[in-house]
Design a protein around this ligand. Structure first.
Ligand code: SF4
Length: 389
């Protein structure tokens, strides 16, 4: 057993009784929480436990089961209809040139808002012995150039199994990019071992979509694991989920984006929380998301601004959402407001008049009737005027 597997085995909390022992039986009502626990399993690694500072804080809300998980209003089991776009087990093929490949059924820590909670934690629903039909599908579909390994968390697989997956994917000539969707740098930074970093370099380009929702998750250990990945040449992005009671605050989100950039992780997506049954209490309004985007765009570096998207319920894919900057657009001009709310006008280019017909023969014999002299820049023209040229 690897060191990181030992840490999960020895240090994690995976039962309500142990959770109550840690936080107090007056805080954890084992009987009341049992149905939520039965619905979606719980496990919290030492790294995630350390991030919880008090009952009801953003870390607590992400990982501790709650009775609200049983209140289903608009939530659906497979809110993105991933199974509807699954041609063979473990593959979802929705977009033209990329496919999702579920390679692992388990995660180090389970997030209570998980979109894939219908499958995650259950090895029968994400089988490890059915990779072959997935590889066959990927081989036959030459339009797929980008494969996103997900699950569960792919980094819960052993290096041996991960290397097998990389080798199989790299043997398919049309697959250019391999992405790993993983929350491991937050939940179990010890998993990013020197051995993994050595191995992964043979299979570049490899991208890792990390998942951080709150600045407190960027602990020194998490940042060090991100540094190891960067040094191994893995390109790092972050997918954040907008969650009520966790990060639905412009200041928190700004801090998160800054901490990510300091760790060389490029914020990629900010997702509206999906309409998933069991996770509805995490949802906040779209207006709140737009307010947060407005508080980021222009007020901080564009590098720190992710794309804000809704993953369309029912399987329509990701759709970007933008605060309203555009006021009017005509053939002549565009009127918009900047990040401070100030109004500006951009003139549309005027139609260029067609060249006179008599010039055409000159062009045919290689004579260019228009001067090739580069126009002087405004600063250079000013200098020339001052020098009397
Ligand atoms: S790490 Fe990802 S897949 Fe695993 S429970 Fe959390 S959100 Fe779901």
């Amino acid at each position: 057993m690897s060191d990181w597997q030992q840490i999960i085995k020895d240090g994690s909390i995976a039962t309500l009784e142990k959770l109550a022992d840690k936080f107090g039986h007056d805080v954890i009502d084992v009987e009341a929480l049992k149905p939520a626990f039965d619905n979606f399993q719980m496990r919290i690694t030492p790294a995630a436990l350390e991030q919880i500072k008090e009952v009801g804080d953003p870390m607590w809300n992400q990982y501790i089961p709650s009775v609200e998980e049983l209140e289903v209003v608009d939530g659906v089991i497979d809110s993105l209809d991933e199974d509807g776009d699954s041609p063979v087990p473990n593959i979802t093929h929705r977009y033209p040139d990329r496919a999702l490949f579920l390679v692992s059924p388990v995660c180090a820590t389970y997030c209570r808002f998980c979109t894939r909670r219908r499958k995650v934690g259950d090895p029968e629903k994400i089988p490890l012995n059915q990779y072959e039909s997935a590889f066959q599908y990927l081989r036959e579909h030459t339009e797929i150039r980008d494969v996103i390994m997900s699950g569960g968390d792919p980094m819960m697989l052993s290096d041996r199994r991960l290397e097998y997956l990389f080798q199989q994917l790299r043997a398919i000539p049309h697959i250019e990019i391999i992405r790993i969707g993983s929350r491991i740098t937050s939940h179990l930074p010890e998993r990013i071992t020197p051995e993994f970093c050595e191995m992964v370099q043979k299979y570049h380009p490899i991208f890792m979509n990390t998942h951080f929702n709150h600045p407190s998750e960027l602990t020194p250990a998490a940042v060090a694991s991100l540094d190891r990945l960067s040094r191994a040449g893995v390109s790092l992005g972050c997918q954040t989920v907008l969650l009520k009671g966790v990060n639905d605050d412009p200041k928190v989100m700004m801090k998160l984006m800054h901490e990510l950039l300091k760790a060389r992780v490029r914020p990629y997506y900010l997702f509206m929380a999906d309409q998933v049954a069991g996770g509805e209490h995490f949802r906040t309004t779209v207006q709140k998301g737009l307010e947060i985007m407005q508080a980021l765009r222009g007020w901080t570096s564009g590098l720190a601004v992710p794309q804000f998207v809704i993953d369309s319920p029912g399987g329509g894919g990701k759709v970007p959402l933008l605060p309203e900057y555009l006021e009017q657009i005509t053939d002549d001009e565009v009127i918009f407001r900047n990040y401070e709310g100030k109004r500006f006008v951009y003139k549309q280019p005027r139609a260029v008049p067609a060249a006179p017909a008599e010039l055409e023969p000159a062009a045919e014999v290689g004579v260019v009737p228009i001067s090739r002299k580069k126009p002087a820049s405004p600063r250079r023209a000013k200098r020339r005027r001052a020098a009397g040229e």
